[in-house]
Design a protein around this ligand. Structure first.
Ligand SMILES: [Zn+2]
Length: 190
């Protein structure tokens, strides 16, 4: 059995010692001098030689303010101070989707009535989800091209009806639809 490698977090001083050790000093001697495991010191030494004494930094554009943001991965990130803006955007889009689903008359209602119709919509959605789950024989299975084609062909058809047709749950259809739309949007942006 191979022993499990222990993750070692070097202190700044230890990192500096490893980074600036004389090339003539062997890794064995260096590890002994610092009282650190040979493997870990060797690994860190190689990493520092390849990348320098720093962590790789990826720059990307914050989608909210358009300013650069740095991170450890190439994933797009949002500044901490821009998160409220992003969340407000989510909320606005959620609300726009609601209005879309409930029809333009929704905006003419009083707040109390608006809340009541949102509540009814949620209840209907939950009922649809339960109904479609009962016959969802494709649940958890990878989406096929043929299934995606059906979703693209009927963009206006209710998610519940498509779910029943495809043997999926209503939520699964809605999620896939939204993923396909995002995918399409990125293709158009490219
Ligand atoms: Zn930002």
């Amino acid at each position: 059995m191979t022993p499990r490698r222990r993750l070692i977090r070097f202190t700044d001083i230890q990192c500096a010692e490893i980074a600036w050790a004389e090339r003539s000093e062997t890794t064995t001697a260096l590890a002994r001098r610092l009282s650190l495991p040979f493997d870990a010191v060797g690994q860190a030494r190689r990493r520092f030689r390849e990348h320098g004494f720093c962590c790789p930094v990826h720059w990307s554009m914050c989608p909210i303010c358009g300013q650069p943001t740095a991170g450890r991965t190439s994933r797009h990130r949002v500044h901490l101070s821009c998160r409220p803006g992003r969340d407000a955007g989510y909320a606005r889009r959620r609300y726009a989707r609601l209005v879309d689903e409930l029809g333009s008359g929704f905006l003419m209602l009083s707040t109390k009535r608006q809340l009541a119709s949102i509540e009814r919509l949620h209840e209907a959605t939950a009922r649809d989800q339960e109904l479609t789950l009962r016959s969802a024989h494709r649940g958890g299975k990878r989406w096929t091209q043929a299934e995606d084609a059906v979703l693209c062909e009927y963009p206006e058809k209710a998610a519940r009806d498509l779910a029943l047709q495809l043997g999926r749950s209503r939520f699964s259809v809605a999620r896939r639809r939204s993923d396909l739309r995002k995918f399409e949007a990125t293709l158009e942006a490219d």
